[in-house]
Write a protein that binds this ligand. Sequence first.
Ligand SMILES: [Zn+2]
Length: 318
Amino acid sequence: MRRLSNPPPHVYSGCTFDRAARWRCDVDHLAAARHAPTTRVLLLSSLRVPVIAADPPCVHWLTVAELGQPLPEEAVYLGEVGGTSLFALAQAELAPAEACFVELRGVGALLPAEEAGVLAYARGLAFWHERHRFCGACGGPTVSRPAGHVRACPVLGSTHFPRSDPAVIVLVTHDHPVHGERCLLGRSARFVAGMYSTLAGFVEPGESLEDTVRRELYEEAGVAVTDVVYQSSQPWPFPASLMIGFRARALDDRLVIDPEELDDAGWYTRAELLDPAQRRIKLPSRDSIARHLIESWLLEAAAPVELPVMPPAVAAVR
Ligand SMILES: [Zn+2]
């Protein structure tokens, strides 16, 4: 059987609800939405999200009445779904009785795609507000505009918008005359024990994505690559990235690992990764584009294969 655990649109993306940018500057619409009985509010606490522990888990939304107070001005307007306005309110102190606050990475792959996407969007905006309370030009405090998608500097009159940091993530292959086709996986010190993944790095100013792919692979592993081809992308609000997935082909399999970037890296055949008896490493978690890039390559084997069943790399919902 052929299957992928995280096909495009990846977890945290493919969110089709209406972001309703047309209402973000409409103070009358926003004021009405803040009081509407149909409005739903998402509380966040230290960037953690409210989830009801069920099988499968689901997101906990409050009505304004259940909030027990008027919706504060700093609540961020997320958009509309089926005539319902959605807001997110960060810095909640207490979880509602039926729910608990959890790290989004712990439940993302278990949630319906729409819900995981809305939570990623809300978490990304909450992080941006948290880290842009002061103007980068004059150092004075910034204020959030009514919908929460712009922060303004009252001194300079400048405006600041939410940002995502682009990063490339690359599955590199090499066709060895003896070992056959192998892929390059590495691990950094910050990974969980035993986990190896595709190599990744942030785009620097003045670089194209293809330039970043070539530079990162050479810097981290001493690998020169060609045939750089885009695959798919994934929002990664942990805290503020957009992961842009590529495939590339190595010109040779010699590795020169930068110990500042990687603890280890190596070439792996499909047989090594597919056979639990041969597999010496853990693959990245099911919610990541890295996992998708690896699984896609594994499924290119000539014969149909069964992907390895691995325990979900997610924490239980408490
Ligand atoms: Zn300023």
